[in-house]
Design a protein around this ligand. Sequence first.
Ligand code: BG6
Length: 484
Amino acid sequence: MSKFPDNFLFGGAISACQAEGAWNEGGKSLTFPEIVKRVKKEDRTDFHKTTTITEKDIIEGKTGNPDNYPKRRGIDFFHSYKEDIRLLAEMGLRCFRFSISMARIFPNLTDEEPNEQALLVYDDIIREIRKNGMEPLVTMAHFDPPIAVYEKYGGYCNREMIDIFYRYSKVLLDRYHDEVKYWLPFNELNVGLNASFKALGIPYAEDEKYEQRKFQGLHNQMVASAKTVIYAHENYPDLQIGSMITHSLKYPYSPDPKDVIATDNYDHFRNYFFLDVTSYGYYPYYTIKYFKDHGIILDDCIEDYEILKKGTVDWIGFSYYNTSCVAFNDEGLDYSAGNYSRGVKNPKLGKDNGWGWQFDSLGFRISCNRLYDRYRKPLFILENGTGFEETMDEECRIHDPYRSDYLKMHLRSLRDAIDDGCQIIGYCWWGVIDLISSSTSEMSKRYGFIYVDQDDDGNGSKKRYLKDSYFEYQHIIRTNGEEL
Ligand code: BG6
């Protein structure tokens, strides 16, 4: 039977905008996720409501009551990180993925100097992670563009954002190259097409140029990412820089070749495009054709393509949550939900998590094989997990066998993928400590092995409690995944 490699990075992940809180401390500016209200329970699976922010929402959000915007409080990681990191280390984590907030380092984007006060906090976070024996993995931008990205530049679709991001990434690499080996410039690049405000700083609009703006924003991010890779490779050759998508694995709804072509098409534009560019270093034929057919003309230059060619990534990162189907004709078919992608409900899959995300652990093995086969670069699983609603009992315990089952099923599948021959660096459980949900801004969608006593409205002691699954993951890591 297959085994996990001895140095396999069993890990866990969080992001700044879902965990840090302290939204107006230390010189930080306001970010997009901090103007998003909680989605009502009855709208949890409404794709439009969870992915759309308009200009009107920005105006309202800037003046609204801060308590109504859950990502402003997060779980207060900004103040509790020492204790949180200790608990994560005691669980046995070998790797901890977290993100740095650009709004803390360059609150106005073009500030003359980076904000030293914020850097000192991140110095300490990284020190704590390493002191506790974990490998840090840093995301430079995790769905938290400062509002200034939109107000000053109209979003990442402005070419000036390439150098603004590049300057920021150089500050981080110069400061932390000795402590941090694994870097990710942008979280889940492909989400830019579905939730443009949080990935690209571009609010939803219905004009005919909206799509053009999104592709331009993605182009600029991919060029900025490639510049970051080149800088790291030239100056700090030991660093490993990756690229990431959320792998929305889709199956053809039927063997009808029309369903198969529709699925391939989905894969091209919603999955592969972003990794094709950042890993192969050039635009794929299908995008060039699509741009031509749809009148999308990028504001680009020859140098961009030289940069993309030179700045290809070292590893492929992805998140894996759920799967669904694609049908050429979806009339009368039910849809399943997902946070940033949705599809036709798979009649062969059963349970979902209460938010309409159908479980599919075997799909995880398929995902690994598809991505490894296509790119032949080491894979890094940057997010996997699922949210459940749960409460503590009178003894402050949380019995969560469903989470342990989910974890074990997915790790078995991952082990099978390794046995298939896929090279995999590590696996990060998403939301390793309860945090604010990205798509719905709920606290009650809990992912963590560690419970945070806080409800959707921010009430609660914020104290941390260990769930049963905490000890399960601890055992799995201790035994290097041999007892699954
Ligand atoms: C990923 C994001 O898309 O999905 C995370 O990178 C997010 O930030 C995770 O939290 C789960 O989604 P949600 O909406 O359930 O929090």
